[in-house]
Unconditional design. Structure first.
Length: 121
């Protein structure tokens, strides 16, 4: 499966390098580019179409919140993350094996013990 493509946006060169290096250590992640402010990030988003964007809040020219507002105005691509998610289990997915030591307040023997006054409390 293709790695998740990430654009790192931060005005600090050190933080951009640190994030890119850290993200690239995971084989399922790929830091495709970095940008020093929101305006440069918007141009790179149009070119690279990353799956994920990290944004610093305070940056020169265009801060992270302004850049996020611009990104949200754009049409969205098809989300390709669905295959990575865990399959949802039905609400009754776990059932104790028969004759297990799991105590249930709904079992017939527990109701009988409660009526007799010998059930655990």
């Amino acid at each position: 499966m293709a790695p998740i493509r990430i654009l790192v946006v931060d005005d600090s060169v050190v933080i951009r390098k640190l994030l890119c290096d850290t993200l690239s250590k995971d084989p399922e992640l790929e830091a495709v580019a970095s940008a020093g402010d929101g305006r440069i990030a918007l141009a790179k988003i149009s070119q690279l179409h990353p799956d994920l964007i990290t944004l610093d809040v305070e940056m020169p020219v265009m801060n992270g919140l302004e850049a996020l507002a611009e990104v949200r105005k754009r049409p969205r691509r098809a989300h390709r993350g669905a295959p990575r998610t865990r399959k949802r289990q039905p609400s009754n997915w776990w059932k104790p094996p028969p004759n297990s030591a799991v105590w249930s307040s709904n079992s017939r023997s527990t109701r009988a013990k409660t009526a007799a006054g010998t059930a655990p409390r």
